[in-house]
Design a protein around this ligand. Sequence first.
Ligand SMILES: Nc1nc2c(ncn2[C@@H]2O[C@H](COP(=O)(O)OP(=O)(O)OP(=O)(O)O)[C@@H](O)[C@H]2O)c(=O)[nH]1
Ligand SMILES: [Mg+2]
Length: 366
Amino acid sequence: MNRKVFKAENIQQAIQNIKEELGSDAMILSTRKIPKKPLDPYAKTMFEVEASLPQYPEKKPEKNLLIETIREEIADIKDMISIAGFGNGMHNMVCNHFESVGILASLLRAGVSESLASEIIQKACGLMDETADQGSKIKSLKKHVMHHCLSQIATKDYFNRDNYSGVPHVAAFVGPTGVGKTTTIAKLAASLSFQRKIRVGLISIDNYRVGAFEQLKAYASIMGLLCVPAFSSQDLSCALDRMKSMDMVLIDTAGHSHFDKAKIDEILQLIKTDFRISTHLVLSVTSESIIMKDAASAFSVFNPDTVVFTKIDETKRCGKILDQVKDLKLPVSLITNGQRVPEDLIIPDKRRLLEIILGKGPKEQN
Ligand SMILES: Nc1nc2c(ncn2[C@@H]2O[C@H](COP(=O)(O)OP(=O)(O)OP(=O)(O)O)[C@@H](O)[C@H]2O)c(=O)[nH]1
Ligand SMILES: [Mg+2]
């Protein structure tokens, strides 16, 4: 404690001196009258006052701050626990770059695979300024992770009016059973004809499932769109001829298991016409990553132009989209987020796609 003794002819003067030197918050510790010396009985009466600088109690963190700190620590512990289940490489990385724990855990929680998440974090850590403080490191890590993810994804507004050149643009949707091909076509047809004012025709070449044509026809009738079936290449050429005045023709195909190469090949033969037909691979994010991968590989015979991800409303782990697009190297044209026709359709840009991948709640996606 910073103590000091002040001497003056009276207490008031001593206190005045204390205030001037130590400030008005100084603490008086003791006062006393200085005894006169026996040899100098006529000396002036003097006083001694001992004072010190004020002692401020240590500021206790405010309640909210305390709760926030506890929350952050619990989140860190949870993140550590979630990472504890992963492989050794992950542990080493986290030990070397402790600031990456939170970001790594959130990538894993979002459904990004262990290998891709650690690859992204490792790259981001390599770009980080090691000498910066913890807060700045986390900020820069987040920034590098975002940049890296953005560099891995591509989107394409494929069904834009700018893409029309006088002849109808013909687009076929292919993919495994039940992923949402027909429903997505209905949503897209509505969006193109009512919002973008594009003339749309629909063709179903699904001669496999009972009622498949009727399903598409029902949507077309509601929207007042032309919809015809075509069960052979000749049928399809005729149907496309009939639709020459359209800007866009959407073709619905039968869904097949990705193991059924023969059935997939049938569709391929069916759509071989004189018309240029773009293809769009439809994958549901409710499928396991490995199944999506196998399906994408089986349907790669179509050489798809874009990929469509459906049913993002049914999972909180859309991070698996990042794994798929990294491997497929295809732009994402559409995302669907519910059963409502035509509402539940997103034509994403890169930022929107990244938000979806990193796990914005499904209800916020609309
Ligand atoms: N939750 C949810 N369900 C969807 C979505 N898209 C489609 N569905 C539902 O998935 C089911 C199958 O949809 P379809 O459009 O018939 O799928 P498909 O790929 O045409 O099926 P097949 O022609 O039999 O291969 C239906 O019940 C749709 O309502 C979506 O984005 N979210
Ligand atoms: Mg269908």
